[in-house]
Design a protein around this ligand. Sequence first.
Ligand SMILES: [Zn+2]
Length: 277
Amino acid sequence: MPELPEVESLRRLLVRSVVGRTIVHATVTNAALRRRVPSDFARQIVGRRIERLGRRAKYLMVELGGELTMLVHLGMSGSLTRRCGAFPESSFDRRHDHLELKLDDRSRLVFNDPRRFGLVKLVARADAASCSELRALGPEPLGPDFNSAYLAQKARGRRAAIKNFLMDQKVVAGIGNIYAAEILFRAGVRPARRVYTLSRTELKRIAEATPNVLREAIGLRGTTFRSYRDSRGKPGAFSRRLKVYGRENEPCPRCWAPIKNVVVGQRASFFCPRCQH
Ligand SMILES: [Zn+2]
């Protein structure tokens, strides 16, 4: 499932190729995504220029001419690819190409999503921050508002497991199961630890590990397990750098103890029983 690093990698690749282009045609093949794509979607966006590409949490914010913003969320299995020339079309099942935007350089932006949990929504730019998807989100983990003082203040009295706390989008935006596991390994904290039992030092280590892990993953264009592909249709390379996620019974890269997998909040949670306390 794409998390912040995958969406940010996608944004950085698309910035180079689609900003400044105009949408000349739009086709909605299947409107039944997480929320139904409105019937006037194509009419609303055709003729508009892509002015800027932003990101908030796991949402790509495509800012269009005329103060309109298109929010794109990849859901569980979505991808947004720019197709032209030698694009590897065969790695995508055409039946799941739900949305296609033709641009004025003859390339196409295609939203493909086998499980259809993704979302594409148009909002007036002035209302974007207060729309239902974005208004309750916590700070960006790569921004100045996320630091150890913020984390310590949020953590006070919280009984949740630290891993669920990190994945709570109201606490901090954009972190899911993969990166929560990696952050906690770097910080030396077990995923099931109750938040209120963490020391100031442990919270500080978590606050510092968070942007470091995410930045490293963005540099490698994210993690691909199953379906995730970047805007060129290529998998992300961070999978090879994962220290604990998906590595049950493999040796810890730091101490060689076998990695364990416990269920925390109904999700698989990988950790090293020797390095994490
Ligand atoms: Zn270890």
